[in-house]
Design a protein around this ligand. Structure first.
Ligand code: SAM
Length: 204
C-alpha cells in the first residue's frame, strides 16, 4: 500500500492546476452520482452494490487514493464505481457538463480548524453554484458533517441560493441519511456516538 497523506492543502499551486482532469459522463442511458472528496469511496461502493444501473464517480484530491479505489474496483468490483483525481474547489467546470449529475454527495469535508486555514475549506457559495449548474433539474445535493460550523456554512450557502430548496424545510436539518450507504468517516462518527449534521437540497 503506498503512503497516503492524511490531508492536502487544496490551495497548493500544483493542485490548482491539475493537467489531466477528465470530463466525467455516465454511459448512455445511465444516471450519474458523484461524491466530492470520496477518499476510499466506501459510500459510493455501498450505493453501487444496491444500484448496478447507475454510474458512481468519486472526486478526490489525493492521487494515491484515486489509484487505490480504481485498482480495487477493477479487481473485485463494483464495476460501476470509479474515482477521478481533481480539485473540487477549482475543477467543477472541467469535470461536469451542465445538468449532467443526478446527485452530489459531500460527506464529511475536511474541517481545517485553525482560522488561518479556513480558506482551504471547500464549502461556500462558489462550490454550491457549481453543483447547482452541474445538477439535472430535480437533482439532489446531500451534505453530512460532524462539525456544526461546516453544516451551518453549507446551509447558509444553500439557503442563499435561489436554485435550491431544502427537502426537510427551510433552515432544517435532515434526521437520517436516506441513502442506505455509509462513508468511512460516517461509520467512525457513529461508533463514537458523535452527532452528525445532515442536509438535503434539491435543485428547483
Ligand atoms: C475527511 S475526508 C472524508 C472522506 C469521505 N468522504 C468520508 O466521509 O469518509 C475528506 C476528503 O476530501 C478530500 N478533499 C479535500 N479537499 C478536496 C478538494 N478540494 N477536492 C477533492 N477532494 C478533496 C480529502 O483528500 C479527503 O479524502
Amino acid at each position: 500500500m503506498p503512503r497516503i497523506r492524511q490531508h492536502v492543502n487544496p490551495l497548493k499551486s500544483d493542485l490548482l492546476d491539475i493537467a489531466d482532469v477528465p470530463r466525467v459522463a455516465a454511459p448512455p442511458g445511465q444516471a450519474l452520482e458523484v461524491e466530492l472528496g470520496a477518499a476510499e469511496a466506501h459510500f459510493l461502493i455501498d450505493r453501487a452494490r444496491a444500484d448496478a444501473a447507475t454510474a458512481f464517480v468519486g472526486v478526490e484530491i489525493r492521487r494515491e487514493l484515486v489509484e487505490a479505489v480504481n485498482g480495487a474496483c477493477a479487481a473485485a468490483g463494483p464495476a460501476n464505481v470509479r474515482s477521478v483525481f481533481a480539485n473540487m474547489s477549482v475543477d467543477m467546470g472541467r469535470l461536469f457538463a451542465d445538468g449532467s449529475v443526478r446527485r452530489f454527495f459531500l460527506n464529511f469535508p475536511d474541517p481545517w480548524f485553525k482560522s488561518r486555514q479556513h480558506k482551504r475549506r471547500v464549502i461556500g457559495p462558489g462550490l454550491m453554484t457549481e453543483i447547482g449548474r452541474a445538477l439535472a433539474p430535480g437533482g439532489e445535493l446531500f451534505v453530512q458533517t460532524d462539525i456544526f460550523a461546516l453544516a451551518l456554512d453549507a446551509m447558509a450557502a444553500l439557503e442563499g441560493d435561489d436554485g435550491f430548496s431544502s427537502v426537510a424545510g427551510a433552515w432544517t436539518f435532515l434526521r437520517e441519511n436516506p441513502y442506505d450507504a455509509k462513508s468511512r468517516r460516517e461509520r467512525q462518527c457513529e461508533s463514537e456516538d458523535a452527532r452528525i449534521w445532515r442536509l438535503l437540497y434539491r435543485k428547483r
